[in-house]
Write a protein that binds this ligand. Sequence first.
Ligand code: AMP
Length: 113
Amino acid sequence: MRDCIFCRIVAGEIPSTKVYEDERYYAFRDINPKAPVHFLVVTREHIGGVADMEGREELLGGLVTTGIRMAAELGLADAGYRLVLNQGADGGQSVPHVHLHVLGGRALAWPPG
Ligand code: AMP
């Protein structure tokens, strides 16, 4: 989608710090990190949010396992980390293209604000 910032990142039109990519997913560092390690995994396909992934369970599962795999590769497995999928306004979603946050490198507070 032309006016989607994450589609433009996936297309290489907006620079990003890549963590991983394959034919279905692209992962990159969050520009405004909330933890020492904070990256996003997005689908290459434009999908508005996790609520639009009903019937796409395989793609959704791959999004999550890509985050888990990259968290391990970045050394977060032993200490732990957090996976977040914000959905809609109250969920804090600011970019309407499904993205998994992976946060780690410090103890994270709970509950979130
Ligand atoms: P959310 O609020 O869940 O929609 O998360 C969107 C995330 O995208 C935020 O954590 C932003 O910091 C991040 N973000 C926005 N623009 C960029 C960008 N150009 N490169 C990397 N991360 C971005």
